[in-house]
Design a protein around this ligand. Sequence first.
Ligand code: ADP
Length: 401
Amino acid sequence: MKILVINTGSSSIKYKLFSIDNNTVLAYGNLEKIGESDRGRHTHVVLSGTSENESVQYNPILNHTEGLNTIVSLLTDPETGVIRDVSEIDAVGHRVVHGAETFWEPTIINDQVLDAIRENIPLAPLHNPANILGIEVARKIFPSASQVAVFDTAFHHSIPPKAYLYALPYELYSSLKIRRYGFHGTSHHFVAEETARLLNKPLSDLNLITIHLGNGGSMTAIEKGKRVDTSMGMTPLEGLIMGTRSGDIDPSIPYFLVENSSMSIAEINTLLNKQSGLKGICDLNDMRDIMTAAKKGDERAQTALEMYTYRIKKYIGAYLAVLGEVDAIIFTAGIGEHAPEIRAQVCKGLEKLGIVLDKAKNKSGANKSREIQTDVSPIRIFIIPTDEELKIARETLGLIQ
Ligand code: ADP
């Protein structure tokens, strides 16, 4: 059985083709800059045994239909392809960012489901339209495959009202569905399950704090396997400081800006989502660049790093209090997996709270799941490479079987 996982953005399509029977990835890739007349970029990797063969093409990619057709021609190429025909693909699993209160489970897509995802566009105006486009194109190109939507918000369905309601007039929740939803659900779920596997315990026995640090960032408190709180909110703007997103700020600031600057509400929205966070503080949003600049003595970059790790530490403190007892904290995603300096800075000073990092283990080790606490640390500290596509493939398989 073969499952293609697709993550469609407004100008990109990431994909991974799984052969589920023998548990392997056949190919994966990323199309970027779709619709930008002369700047398309398509990275395609074919896996065979232990070898990886990467090709990169720079051709304009007119739109998502052309993009997905290009992917299909590479997958079915008579010489380098991994399947003969699109009919070999049994299911397509789509990442859909916002399921709102309509979807708490992976769902087989039909016209009604697509309409309902469309109705949720106001809650995720940057993401859901692109996800819908990916679904529409995939339904045409893979007519015989089941199409499944896996929602980023779904993992957080067990969060109780005391954590998901905002202290606004209740009417705004009942009529407009303004509430915390949480995101990065597939990643938090994947690393939580992986931790349970490594600890050889059921997830339902574990209290965990999962820390996803990529371009976006979020944390989740998990009590006996159930999510009880998460840092992102109604949109992916709330919570941690991110590459270009502010995370938590005083909610009066947008009002203040409207009153005291020439910015419109739309401009303020862009400011908070695209020009804030690490970028807002030091003009850089890629963590590698920021760490290099900080090492060279750039004070703004140093401040940005201090703010970034301080915010994560605050959330760890909050979630330790929420959970009372914690078995493990887990770092994942680009920064969480690859930046020992950030992990060290986050854990520094938390020793008396039971989080004792082993400096040598933190710095060394292959890019695979591992533990980095000392032998005396009551709370275990894991690095677990996230694999959202694999999680989506598993959810898709579970549904179509
Ligand atoms: P996305 O959230 O878009 O999926 P990733 O999870 O890949 O992105 O995370 C991207 C972030 O990870 C970037 O800030 C990048 O600089 C950072 N990152 C990747 N590799 C490293 C590394 N070796 N050291 C520090 N940061 C890294």
